[in-house]
Design a protein around this ligand. Sequence first.
Ligand SMILES: [Zn+2]
Length: 358
Amino acid sequence: MTRKWCFVPKCTNTSRTAPHKIFITVPKDIKKKKLWFAAARRAISEVSEKSTLYCCEDHFNLEYDMANYMEYKLSNVRARIKEDVVPHLFITMQKETMSEPEEIIASTSGIIHKREAACQTTKLHFRKKKLRMYTGIPLNYLELIKILENKTNLKKQYIYLILYKIKSNDSFAKIGDFFGTSKSNACRIFSKGVHTLAEYMKKLIFWPSKKTIQINLPIQFRLSFSRVQSIIDCLEIEIQKPTAALQQSLSWSDYKKCNTLKYLISATPDGLINFISCGYGGRISDSALLEDCGYLEVLPENCAVMADRGFKQIEGLLNKKNCTLVRPPSVSSGKKMTAEEVVLQNALLASGFILNVL
Ligand SMILES: [Zn+2]
């Protein structure tokens, strides 16, 4: 078999180095071929007219870009790309002019006029396999970005930038560099867009029905913890020290030794985040936050809640709803944990982990 090379500049995939990748034949039709070369930023004159060229699967989102994806998955037919699709995922950054919002600048004569402030910026192409690493969105939910783009009217680049900031919390200076724009513009895109994005994404946080949670209980829970509907923990995020003394004191966290905002987060036993409170000053106790944040209103009656030791005296609050509290075993007793206690310990550790990755 002849070796296939990917025709995209800087892509090093060949059928030998990446034998499991799909190599798609670059169209022979000159019109289409030109489009593919333009997309890959490669001069068509570089290659002989007759040679057969290939493009590796890394530059497509096969599930959406292929005309015969299902057929291909089920049988051994040749992969066909849809008519109007050209390679569009590249690891390299490509210079492109992206216009910024109109800026008003004062000219020397004192007349204020508008200028379309165009800035040389880099269009960012995520290597599709790293989508999760950059944005926290798994590849099979790529469609979500498209939906958000349509619903929010935010540019795809902006959505990536916002998700990237949330995921990495890099400084705006760094993010600006990464996305080929200025620090202040990156900051503006984020602070303007994050609320719009939140409006739509918060719909993904919901409390499934009691029955659904029970059906999806992990095996380890089924014997002794089948009533558990929610595992709760508090998450604290460090904030800049507020200037006002009162706010300073309200947000001071004794536990973290810095100013924080505190959130109550609940996950179902199978790991779905089903409740996030609004932010409270870090000084509030876990129990007071729980009582105030509306969690008790959405908690179904007659169930069990898992929580760690931070939540003091919440048993009474839960009992009002006929709910019970399940706590981790005390480590101090020095006794060997029973199987039940191990499950509990692990569940709390896992929920703590889920909350921390958040
Ligand atoms: Zn390639």
